[in-house]
Design a protein around this ligand. Sequence first.
Ligand SMILES: [Zn+2]
Length: 72
Amino acid sequence: MSTLPTRKIRCPECKKETIYSVDNSYRPFCSERCRLIDLGQWADESFRVPIKDDNEDSTWNHPEEDEKEDLD
Ligand SMILES: [Zn+2]
């Protein structure tokens, strides 16, 4: 028989008082919104990938122009 005591904590996002218990599936946040905000910040930092698509244009764009220059 073990019931976790309900603890009061402060939401790390909005600092509102909330409960830390199994009933609060957003813990340690107060709500889904705060949890998503926090996840969003986290994702923004680690999933930022430089967008490069130079492997598409470099060989396909000007094959004809290159040949003309060679003829001269
Ligand atoms: Zn909150």
